[in-house]
Design a protein around this ligand. Structure first.
Ligand code: CO8
Length: 258
């Protein structure tokens, strides 16, 4: 499928997906959202086992498309938001790990997209914020729910209620991003992290992603029960046998996703 607003290159089992709507600072309209979903589905047909997602130019994603939203009648807001919310849920539950390589503005829906990814690595030029209240709306792509889970209730309320745009160093300090690097090292660092994850047993990576997602949506007892089943599934795998054997034999494991 040909894409207008996204591009993908697969190299060494890593899919580099770039949003390319540069003239609108990669704002998400319905068409772009559709293309991101489609390209993520296309990645599953390749041999890629992880996605690095970034933005072209000086922005990661500057939010939902305000021009598109501004013309909508009130009742259409719910449907519009649902399209974005579904994308975030899709990314969070996606079969492969997704690393957000945040190169510039990650505002509103852009910050929400980054939060739906598994790991966030930011360039020192990145900027984060939930400026929706400036527009008379609340965050609508999951921000009120994912932000407190990542940075705590107080900081989430501060960021959402003030609409303050924070720099990458502050985002790193509050735990919104996991790594902070110079702009020219962003993809290099994301690739390094991706390669580290690629070195693990794929089934364990998938189940670890799932289990941590479950942790956010359930009570401790149910979460622990889920972990027990996930653990047992990995323990039954051939990759577990290989991983432990490799350790004992002092060599690297050769995982087969079995
Ligand atoms: N939507 C549409 N166009 C945008 C957006 C956006 N979110 N952000 C930037 N653009 C466009 C600008 O309109 C401009 O276009 P043009 O050149 O045609 O005038 C171009 O991108 C460049 O932008 P600026 O000239 O403004 O660049 P600056 O460097 O001066 O400023 C900023 C950069 C600070 C990022 C500024 O563009 C800005 O504040 N953008 C809006 C950020 C924002 O408020 N994002 C949140 C949007 S709301 C949201 O995401 C809610 C999700 C839930 C939706 C629920 C729906 C019901």
């Amino acid at each position: 499928m040909a894409y207008q607003f996204v591009a993908c290159e697969v190299k060494d089992k890593i899919a580099y997906v770039t949003i390319t709507r540069e003239k609108a600072l990669n704002a998400l309209n319905v068409e772009v959202i559709g293309e991101i979903r489609a390209i993520f589905n296309d990645v599953l047909k390749t041999d890629a086992r992880i996605i690095i997602f970034t933005g072209a130019g000086r922005s990661f994603i500057a939010g939902a498309d305000i021009a598109e939203m501004s013309d909508l009648p009130g009742q259409a807001g719910r449907d519009y938001t649902k399209v974005g919310m579904d994308l975030m849920d899709f990314v969070e539950a996606y079969r492969l790990p997704v690393i957000a390589a945040v190169n510039g503005f990650a505002l509103g829906g852009g910050c929400e997209f980054a939060m739906a990814c598994d790991i966030r690595i930011a360039s020192t030029k990145a900027k984060f914020g939930q400026p929706e209240l400036n527009l008379g709306i609340v965050p609508g792509f999951g921000g009120t729910q994912r932000l407190p889970r990542l940075v705590g209730k107080g900081m989430a309320k501060y960021l959402i209620m003030t609409g303050e745009m924070i720099d990458a160093a502050e985002a790193y300090r509050i735990g919104l991003v996991q790594k902070l690097v110079e702009p020219e090292q962003l993809l290099e660092e994301a690739t390094k992290v991706a390669k580290t994850i690629l070195g693990k047993a794929p089934i364990a990576v998938r189940l670890a992603k799932c289990a941590v997602n479950v942790a956010q949506n359930t009570d401790l007892t149910s979460g622990i029960a889920y972990e027990l089943e996930a653990y047992q599934t990995t323990f039954n795998s051939l990759d577990r046998v290989e991983g432990m054997k490799a350790f004992v034999e002092k060599r690297s494991a050769n995982f087969q996703d079995k």
